[in-house]
Design a binder for this molecule. Sequence first.
Ligand SMILES: NC(=O)c1ccc[n+]([C@@H]2O[C@H](COP(=O)([O-])OP(=O)(O)OC[C@H]3O[C@@H](n4cnc5c(N)ncnc54)[C@H](O)[C@@H]3O)[C@@H](O)[C@H]2O)c1
Length: 346
Amino acid sequence: MKHKIIVTGGCGYIGSHTVIALIENNYDVVIIDDLSNSSDQILNRISKITSKRPTFEKVDLKDIQATNQVFEKHKNADAVIHFAAHKAVGESVQQPIKYYQNNLYTLINTLAAMAKHHINKFIFSSSATVYGIPQTLPITENNQTQRPFSPYGNTKKIAEEIIEDVVRSNTKMLAISLRYFNPIGAHESGWIGELPSGTPNNLMPFITQTAAGLREKLMVFGNDYPTKDGTPIRDYIHVVDLAEAHALALKRLLDRKVENSFEVFNIGTGEGYSVLEIIKAFESISGVVLKYEITERRAGDVPQLYADINLAKEKLGWTAKRGLKEMISSSWKWEENLRKNKNQLY
Ligand SMILES: NC(=O)c1ccc[n+]([C@@H]2O[C@H](COP(=O)([O-])OP(=O)(O)OC[C@H]3O[C@@H](n4cnc5c(N)ncnc54)[C@H](O)[C@@H]3O)[C@@H](O)[C@H]2O)c1
């Protein structure tokens, strides 16, 4: 019998790549998404890539009744991977309530519905933002978490605390939190990728949109950080590698191989690249010269963040297989496809 996995936010950027990895690993997938930051056209893309169409339920997980109903319908699910959240850091500073409501209600309603229907394996999308300004580099999971600068980041820290409490109260519940570093890239087909609405928060869509002529120039926020070239250093991770980490974390839960009922893993490459290094690499891979401007530092940006990935390697058997070249070329292929097929995509 195939395991049935509920993927909340499965129409989004990381969720859709993970759904593909799950289908490729022979799981039955049910996506729950309210399409607030995605489109159901992604389902056609997933079936084009995998020859399998996942079950789709359009539900706003802030709505507790609707959440219970959809879990009742799929109460034979074996596990839940929870991606559904708002993710725009800047918007969360402007509209904190929107972020606390969406990111925490969706989590609490999902955990409550899981408890009601005796579904007790859970994977959570966390973020390196929970480390705040790291005390040591590379960052191990033992680094104490700190209150993140943004309300968005704080929802991730609070969410981890909620999950820990829920796991502690229910002896059957097992949870894994994956702390992503900086996901970039797209599926090699070029059919799915990141589609930021409005001005992107993250570097790579900003770069590809500038290269595509959708933005006049790229802003580089500060070049006076204590790093090799003065620009911030981040640990970029290919979204397909990240998706594979979810499949391995899921297997660990289903095989009951966990050593603690709540486990946390960093998911990055362990290698840091500066903003200027990414710009240069993009120019050399795409052949497009980027117009950019150095501006003031952005509040809340830390100089360097890169992961110690030994725990994921040892316990999940996971390491990133794709390097910077694949990350950049797949992002660019996706952006070019978006421009070519604008009307057919979303
Ligand atoms: N992309 C990143 O850089 C990054 C980094 C660290 C962590 N994360 C986390 O990973 C997860 C996925 O991120 P992403 O980049 O794929 O984002 P995304 O916006 O592309 O995907 C999130 C999906 O959740 C859905 N959603 C939002 N609120 C919902 C609700 N109330 N009910 C049902 N569905 C809802 C959206 O429609 C969207 O399809 C998020 O939890 C995000 O915070 C992302």
